[in-house]
Design a protein around this ligand. Structure first.
Ligand SMILES: Cc1cc2nc3c(=O)[nH]c(=O)nc-3n(C[C@H](O)[C@H](O)[C@H](O)COP(=O)(O)OP(=O)(O)OC[C@H]3O[C@@H](n4cnc5c(N)ncnc54)[C@H](O)[C@@H]3O)c2cc1C
Length: 401
């Protein structure tokens, strides 16, 4: 009997665990998810939390029943160290041995830039439930006393798409609250051009975003190299100082502490180096999926831009990991290869009561097909996607797209 541990129970971890168990159906193997959260969280809908369009409960599902219904065990604990040479994981609830390990721990947020972030700095962040909730009061205060606002992403940030979504929702809600004309709104981005998105751009994205920005009167600064935030000013390397009363800046991501604490498992940033099979480059019984995976940036830009490891590739990698571990457990060493860059791109970007759908045959260039299409029916696509994904997750249908 093999024991397979999966650290992390969100997009990549949940899919991996359910797929391993599904593919090893009727075989007597243990699959255990170790997660420090008892719920699955549909992270993409966090952008609506600050504007009270969602509550955290609306986008959360309890993990234990989903997993146990499908024969997967659940351990509510934080993994603190991976002892790769001994095939063991230390957690806040004991040490566990494994035959195979999946690392699906997602990102931690890098607030090392002076003044960045809601706890030790002055900018808001929409990446975690608590931080997204905290923006509600800040936004209410801002509406009472409007002033300049700066939204954007710090150098190295990979999740620029979510920052764009926040920008357009922020702008839309200022209009709804009747104060848009009292706010000078600026977007700063490390991208070399609008719509680069950390994937080298998509045909048609830059002109479309230019139109949005012009019609909504949003000033923008490309190649913005943010170096410091003070109580009331964002400072760029070229000396530009941007005063603000409200600011949301997407930070760069790092791998999780458990990976950074485990010698030989991750690189300097805490990401796990894997082959195109998602198998660890040094330890063949370790796999990784989702944001935990090391994806080298395939382009050079004047200011560092990270690669977005979005939900669809996290889910696809989880499926590949599930298939490959099931093969190894059954002594089949012919593993499936699914290079990250060649996974199709599929993303719906909410643009504040309207949205655009981004599709491509490959996430990264070269691509044979790529398009950005405005949705004629407001922003219903992302809302439908949320409902579909929560339905699929609740029923544990990990094999569905
Ligand atoms: C605001 C925002 C909006 C986004 N919008 C979109 C979008 O519209 N479309 C899209 O495709 N993608 C979007 N993304 C990206 C998407 O959320 C990620 O791709 C996805 O969450 C990655 O899945 P993951 O499983 O790798 O990581 P996560 O979803 O972060 O899951 C990792 C899990 O591991 C747990 N964990 C971490 N460390 C430990 C530990 N030591 N022990 C135990 N458990 C641990 C965490 O608590 C978490 O539950 C967005 C991201 C953000 C932040």
């Amino acid at each position: 009997m093999a024991t397979i541990l999966v650290i992390g129970g969100n997009f990549a971890g949940l899919t991996s665990a359910l797929e391993i168990k599904r593919r090893l159906k009727n075989q007597d193997h243990r699959v255990v998810v170790i997660s420090n959260h008892e719920n699955f969280l549909f992270v993409p809908s966090l952008i609506w939390i600050p504007f009270r369009e969602r509550e955290i409960e609306d986008i959360s599902l309890p993990l234990r029943p989903i997993l146990e219904t499908h024969g997967v065990e659940f351990l509510l604990a934080t993994a603190t160290k991976i002892l790769a040479e001994e095939s063991k994981v230390e957690t806040t609830s004991g040490t566990y041995e494994y035959d195979y390990l999946v690392i699906a721990t997602g990102p931690s947020l890098d607030y090392s830039l002076p003044g960045l972030g809601p706890k030790t700095g002055y900018t808001q962040c929409v990446c975690t439930p608590n931080d997204a909730l905290a923006i509600r009061d800040r936004f209410d205060q801002f509406v009472e006393h409007p002033g300049p606002a700066v939204i954007g992403a710090a150098p190295g940030a990979g999740c620029t798409g979510a920052a764009y979504e926040f920008l357009f929702n922020f702008e839309y809600n200022l209009r709804k609250r009747g104060v848009r004309d009292r706010v000078e709104l600026t977007w700063i981005t490390p991208e070399p051009f609008l719509g680069h998105f950390g994937i080298g751009g998509i045909k048609g994205a830059a002109p479309m975003l230019h139109k949005f920005f012009d019609s909504l009167h949003i000033r923008y600064i490309e190649n913005a190299d943010l170096v410091e935030v003070t109580k009331d000013e964002l400072r760029l390397r070229d000396g530009t100082a941007l005063p603000f009363s409200f600011s949301m800046i997407m930070p760069p991501f790092l791998g999780q502490e458990v990976v950074r604490n485990s010698p030989g498992v991750g690189n300097a940033k805490g990401y796990v180096p894997v082959h195109d099979t998602y198998q660890h480059k040094t330890y063949p019984n370790i796999f990784a999926a989702g944001i935990a995976v090391d994806v080298p940036v395939p382009f050079v830009t004047p200011v560092a831009v990270g690669v977005p490891k979005t939900g669809y590739p996290a889910d696809e990698a989880g499926k590949t990991v599930g298939e490959n571990i099931a093969r190894l457990v059954n002594d089949n060493v012919d593993l499936k290869s699914r290079p990250f860059a060649k996974i199709p791109g599929l993303c719906v970007m909410d643009a504040g009561h309207k949205e655009v759908i981004i599709v491509s045959n490959h996430l990264m260039k070269p691509r044979e097909f790529a398009a950005i299409i405005p949705n004629p029916i407001y922003d219903e696509g992302k809302r439908l996607f949320e409902k579909y994904f929560l339905w699929k997750t609740k029923h544990g249908y990990s094999y569905l797209p």
